[in-house]
Design a binder for this molecule. Structure first.
Ligand code: SF4
Length: 215
């Protein structure tokens, strides 16, 4: 049987989810449904699934250009067989660091983690918690943990173990083929809701894919 994967989007370059100009791969589908998630559009199961080999052919064109790879979602570990196949093939093709985000705790995914660890450098684990403080780099809430598995990761991600400064308040802004604007990075709490309100006051419409939780 051909192994397939549901992907939300792939983009290069992404500059706000790890060091350097990175290849970003977002999985489609998340069963965790964290309150206040900014990516509600990635919750539903993918409408179409693509063969891993076809995805890898597309990704291979970027690999000579990338400084690192970030895999996020959605929830990559909800499609674990596909995730494992992708990072295994990426590891064969490139030495750049591979960062994977998950909303699961490492204790919950221990078996899968042991399988995937030889192929990735960094894991950011644990669910987004809306009520947690938000002071750590690369993380949407301070309960999330950054795990470095390789010497390359320890060196390149030491900076990201520290607390955020104003310099970290940046997002990648991109337009897709349909003219939809989308963002990559770690926004501050309610940034998108504020942006939506601001644009509405000026007569523009913005559809925000954040889980709007009433205070
Ligand atoms: S924050 Fe991540 S893990 Fe949580 S619901 Fe959103 S996509 Fe899923």
């Amino acid at each position: 049987m051909v192994l397939t994967v549901g992907i939300s989007r792939v983009h290069f370059p992404v500059t706000t989810l790890g060091p350097g100009r990175r290849l970003g791969i977002w999985f489609q589908g998340c069963s965790l449904r964290c309150e206040g998630c900014i990516s509600v559009d990635t919750w539903a199961t993918a409408k179409t699934f693509i063969p891993i080999d076809k995805l890898m052919m597309g990704l291979s064109t970027y690999l000579p250009l990338v400084d690192g790879i970030t895999i996020s979602g959605g929830e990559p570990f909800d499609q674990f067989d596909a995730l494992l196949a992708i990072v295994t093939q990426l590891r064969e093709k490139t030495k750049v660091d591979i960062l994977v985000y998950t909303g699961y705790s490492i204790e919950d995914i221990n078996d899968q983690l042991q399988q995937i660890k030889p192929y990735i450098d960094v894991l950011i684990s644990d669910p987004f918690q809306r009520q947690s403080s938000q002071t750590l780099r690369l993380r949407g809430s301070d309960n999330q943990r950054l795990h470095c598995f390789t010497s390359q990761a320890k060196e390149k991600f030491a900076y990201y173990q520290q607390t955020v400064t104003t310099e970290d308040k940046v997002l990648d802004v991109m337009f897709d083929a349909e003219g939809v604007i989308w963002f990559a990075g770690i926004p501050r709490r309610d940034d998108f809701i504020k942006l939506e309100t601001l644009l509405k006051r000026q007569g523009h419409q913005l559809k925000v894919t954040a889980d709007k939780v009433k205070n």
